[in-house]
Write a protein that binds this ligand. Sequence first.
Ligand code: C5P
Length: 222
Amino acid sequence: LQAPVLTIDGPGGAGKGTISRLVAERLGWHLLDSGALYRLTALAAGKHDVSLDDEASLAEVARHLEVVFVAEGGTTRVMLEGSDATTTIRTEQVGDAASRVAALPGVREALLSRQRDFRQFPGLVADGRDMGTVVFADAPLKIFLTASAEERAHRRQAQLREAGVDASLSSLLKEIQARDARDMQRSVAPLKPAEDAITLDTTRLTIPEVVDRLTELLTQRG
Ligand code: C5P
């Protein structure tokens, strides 16, 4: 018997991270932030001077990623090779490098079993791009979370402002569109809703509304 999985896929900035964490908390389930694994691979590659074109070495880096996730109140600390990488992996630069390494089949393959290991009782909320299409294709409930690119740029700007960083809306929008294009057009595990996924557009929804809707859907399926 396998633990249940709720997959939450969608483009960057749609609120997957926050929503996934809140839903996991409410259910008392485990959480997989698969994007963090791609970000950590990119970061570790930089540390070890591995070029972002060297697929074989990047796959090795991904396979041997020395990472620990430490739950701490409402947040999770990420330790890479013993040092705290929580904030470093969130930078635009690492995000960009992550989406490049994520386009390489060898890297995706290397991260598969590590991701599947997160599937444990009482259940798992899995956040990413290919959770419902590839990694947990047998998940009983699959959600595709979207929001317009403009709305996602606004949210990102507000988030950065809170961190004391000023960024123009037009440059954020450009970055979001470039990342979307790369994630959707790659040949391996491109970003798209699973055939049996429920698409939820969060453009006009608040975070609590989305969390309620997802828990409701899960109860209906459960
Ligand atoms: O979600 P997050 O922004 O942290 O993901 C960083 C990058 O990792 C994405 O732009 C995407 O290219 C890649 N990714 C992926 N598959 C996943 C999760 C993330 O390809 N399941």
